[in-house]
Structures are given as structure tokens and as C-alpha cells.
Design a protein around this ligand. Sequence first.
Ligand code: S3P
Length: 211
Amino acid sequence: MTPPSRLVSLVALPGGGKSTVGRQVAKRLGVDFVDSDQVIEDRMGCSVRDYFEREGEAAFRDLEQAVIDELTRGTSGVLATGGGVVLREPNRRALHERSTCLYLRSSPEELMRRLRGDTRRPLLQVANPLARLRDLHAVRDPLYREAAHFVIETGRPSVPTLVNMVLMQLEMARIGRESQPGASAPGPLPAGTPAAAPPAAVLASDAPKAA
Ligand code: S3P
């Protein structure tokens, strides 16, 4: 399916860079940035970790689903999601159908390197967080791919490089969309947005989904 034009969403495992990269992409595009976990925390008046501990994961997922439904309706801007957002099919569908969704894909080992010492993420407060990340990766990688229009293999680039990779992918999606017969809506990107182009080899876009 051709990606929709207005809202850009980012999915990834914890530590994948959704918030850091998303905020900077939004800044470069001159659009709003929203983080669904932040919206949940503002509404609940407590951290995601506290909410998980108090109410359990299912309650958190219900809330997350309601927030994703709301944030993907009629908005433009950049949306960073929680790492488990893809576990529910309605969330995958909402992100795929109502946004241009990018998956920032990293290996569990790379994520572990970035998350060492993290105390904020409830699912990683275990004796062996790397084993947990490997399990999460195995389960979720296909789900992120299902939600996303494009996969960006992050490797170990700097944040500015990742930001440029995302901007370049969005620009390519926009060009593709505008070259389609009957395309009319302008894309979300101001002209000439991407500054430096990353090496093509590190940027992997998956085939658009058949859905
Ligand atoms: C979760 C990831 C967290 C947060 C919650 C659940 C997950 O977001 O939504 O702790 O299931 O992976 P981040 O990906 O920003 O850490």
C-alpha cells in the first residue's frame, strides 16, 4: 500500500531511537512531535514503569491502543511509539493505514549497548536483559515489518546520521507518491529537506506491503 502523506510514525524496540530521532526529524521538518508514551504518562500522572507495576501490562496496552487510535486520526507531524505498540493488530493497522510508518531496526546486541543501566523500561528489569531483548526481537520483528512501510537498518550510526536516513527515506517516499498517476496531495516534507545523504547501502527500504 502506498504510504499516506501526512503523519510520520516510528516503530522500534526499546532503545531503537524512536523518540530521539523522531524529535529531531520533526524539528527538521518544522512539524509537531508527539511521543505516545509521554501522552500516556501525562494522562496517568505517573511513569509508564509505575503504571505497569500498579495496573499490569494489559491495562497499559488498552490505554496505549486508545492513545494510538487518537493520535493517528487526522494529525500530521511525527509520532514516536512505545516498543510494544505493534503487539496489537489494531495498532499495526492504524499506523500502517494512517501514517507513513518507519521501522528503525537494530540488533538486540546494539540495543543492549544503548540501554545498559536503563531503569525506566519495565520489561527490561530482569536478570538477563539481553536475552529479553533477543526474545522481544524474535517476536516483534515481523510485527514491526507488518506495521511499517519502510525498514531502516540502523547499525551504529550517530543520531544526526539516523535523522538524515529517515528524512531521505521520507523524501523518497514522497517522490514515489507524487510520481504515481493521479497523485495530488502534497507530501509532508518541505522541498529540499534532507541535508546530507547517507550511503545508499545502509538504507534499506522494504517492499511496500501488499495490504
Ligand atoms: C515497551 C516499551 C516502552 C513502553 C513500555 C512498553 C515495550 O517504550 O511503551 O515500557 O513493550 O517494549 P520504549 O520503546 O520507548 O522504551
